[in-house]
Design a protein around this ligand. Sequence first.
Ligand SMILES: NC(=O)c1ccc[n+]([C@@H]2O[C@H](COP(=O)([O-])OP(=O)(O)OC[C@H]3O[C@@H](n4cnc5c(N)ncnc54)[C@H](O)[C@@H]3O)[C@@H](O)[C@H]2O)c1
Ligand SMILES: [Zn+2]
Ligand SMILES: [Zn+2]
Length: 346
Amino acid sequence: MQALVYRGPGQKALEEMPKPVVRLPTDAVVRVTRTTICGTDLHIMKGDLPTVAAGRILGHEGIGTIDAVGAGVTRFHPGDRVLISCITACGKCEYCRRAMPSHCTDGGWILGNTIDGTQAEFVRIPHADTSLYPLPPGADEDAMVMLSDILPTGYECGVLNGHVQPGDTVAIVGAGPVGLAALLTAQFYTPARIIVIDLDDNRLRVAQQFGATEVVNSTDGHAVERVMRLTAGQGVDVAIEAVGLAGTFALCQDIIGVGGHLANIGVHGTSVTLHLEKLWSQNITITTRLVDAVTTPLLLKTVLAGKIAPQKLVTHHFKLADILQAYDTFGNAGREQALKVILTNP
Ligand SMILES: NC(=O)c1ccc[n+]([C@@H]2O[C@H](COP(=O)([O-])OP(=O)(O)OC[C@H]3O[C@@H](n4cnc5c(N)ncnc54)[C@H](O)[C@@H]3O)[C@@H](O)[C@H]2O)c1
Ligand SMILES: [Zn+2]
Ligand SMILES: [Zn+2]
C-alpha cells in the first residue's frame, strides 16, 4: 500500500509499505477513505517531536471502512464505516476511567507518533472498540474528518477549560484550524463577544465569517492596547491561546480580566514567563490540556444537527497519491490561503 513516511527532520516520501495486519485481538485494520494533515505533522517534519522515529507513517485523523477485526472486537465488523479518533483509548486504565484517555497507559496520542498512522491506504487501530466511532450514514465526510482532532481540541482545551459563559467576552489568539474550531464551539454558549487575534488577514476574514465579532491583526505589536480599548479597559473573561508561542501566551496574560480563565491549547517548545507579580491578585484560572477527544459523541450530534458546519474549515482536496503536493500547500498556508486539506483514497 502507499503511505506517507517520515524519514527524519525535513524528509518525507510517498512509499510502498506493507499493509498492516491485526496483531492483537482488540485491533482493527481500517481502509482509510479520507485523511488530513495537522499542524502537528509539520512540527514532526521540523524534528520538534523526538518520539516520532524515521520510518513512521504519519497522520492521526481520518475516516474509513473496517477491513478486518481481531477476535476481541465486538462493536465493529468488516465493511462498517468508522470515524478514527486521534486518541487511542483502552477504556480500562486509570486515566481512561478518569476521562483522560490522552494519558491512556496503552494508548493516548500514538497514531502517527509511536505507531503507524492514517496517511496511508490502511491503518491498524488498537483498542478499536473504544477508539473508533460508527460513521453516521449520510454525514458530510469532510465534516467527520474534523471530528478526529481539530474540533475536540478547540472545544475541550479551549472552550470547556475556558468556561465560556453566556454574555462573556472571549479572545481567541490564533485563527488556525484549532483556533477556528474553538470559535465555532464557543458559540454553543452564546458569549456576547468573540475577539480573534492573528497575523494573517485572510484567516481573520474567515474568523469573521465563522462568528468573530471583532478581529485584531497583531502584526503591529499593539494587540494588547486594541483589546483593552475594545473592552473599556477591563480585559476579557476568557483568553484562549491557540498558537503555542511565548509571545502569544504573554498576550493572553496581558488581556485577561479579573476572574478570567486563560485556557492554553498551543504546544509550547520553549518556556514562557508567568507574570504572577501582576496576576496573583486577579482571581484568574490558567488551564492546560492534551486533547482527550471525550467530547466526540457530543460534537458529532451538533454536526449532524447542523449546529456547526466544520466542513467549512476544508479549503483544499487532493488524492492520497498527491499527498506530497498537499503537504506543500498546507506547509505554505498563508500563500495558499489553506486551512484544512483533505486527502481522498482512492
Ligand atoms: N493541546 C492539544 O492537545 C493540541 C492539539 C492539537 C493542536 N495543538 C496546538 O494548537 C496550536 C494551533 O494549531 P493549528 O493547527 O491551528 O496551528 P496553525 O499553525 O495552523 O495556526 C496558528 C495560527 O497562529 C497564528 N500566529 C502565529 N504567530 C502569531 C502571533 N505572534 N500572534 C498571533 N497569531 C499568530 C498563525 O498565523 C496561524 O493562523 C498549535 O500549537 C498546535 O500544535 C494542541
Ligand atoms: Zn492533530
Ligand atoms: Zn487507557
